[in-house]
Design a protein around this ligand. Structure first.
Ligand SMILES: NC(=O)c1ccc[n+]([C@@H]2O[C@H](COP(=O)([O-])OP(=O)(O)OC[C@H]3O[C@@H](n4cnc5c(N)ncnc54)[C@H](OP(=O)(O)O)[C@@H]3O)[C@@H](O)[C@H]2O)c1
Length: 152
């Protein structure tokens, strides 16, 4: 699998991944607790790309706020969850513009790092605000889920 993904990819454990400056959580939402169990967090940027399809009781919080509770010490940014994998993996330059990635988070510096990652990859970004307000808009079944904007 690593070979098929191409250059710049290497395999590792969850502990290896958590030691990176920017970590992406891309497992099914109900598997997040076990995926992050026992990992140490101290300032890493954690991109929450998950969607909580089965959510019926989020205890008044957004899905990403609950993810943030599971990675205390990390700085969580919700991003990359609103587009299907096929669209997300396609050329972000389209129709003379750039595909939009929505981001939300409570730490401005963390969001700036995530913006840089996506902009370097050719995307445009729109900052929606906090995990509570922006994160809610990005959640599955909410207004921006599946929305494929191109910024011209
Ligand atoms: N697919 C999409 O179009 C899309 C788009 C946006 C967001 N998302 C979100 O991204 C997340 C992943 O989606 P997906 O479609 O890639 O799901 P998936 O095909 O089910 O892939 C899940 C991956 O997570 C790994 N995994 C599961 N439990 C784990 C654990 N406890 N520790 C470490 N790794 C674990 C699996 O590894 P093993 O096979 O080895 O168990 C597998 O590689 C979901 O939350 C989904 O809602 C998906």
């Amino acid at each position: 699998m690593v070979t098929s993904l191409g250059e710049g990819v290497s395999p590792g454990t969850a502990h290896d991944a958590a030691a990176a400056g920017i970590v992406v959580i891309a497992v099914p939402r109900d598997r997040v607790p076990e995926a992050v169990q026992g990992l140490a967090w101290s300032g890493q940027v954690v991109i929450d790309a998950t969607n909580d399809w089965a959510a019926d009781d989020l205890q008044g919080k957004t899905s990403s706020e609950l993810v943030a509770d599971l990675v205390l010490g990390a700085r969580v940014v919700k991003a990359g969850n609103t587009l299907g994998a096929e669209v997300l993996g396609s050329d972000p330059q389209e129709a003379g513009g750039r595909r939009v990635i929505f981001i939300s988070g409570d730490d401005a510096d963390a969001k700036a790092e995530v913006v840089a990652v996506f902009q370097d990859a050719g995307f445009a970004t729109i900052d929606l605000g906090s995990l509570a307000t922006g994160g809610a808009m990005q959640q599955i079944h909410h207004p921006l889920a599946g929305v494929n904007f191109i910024r011209l």
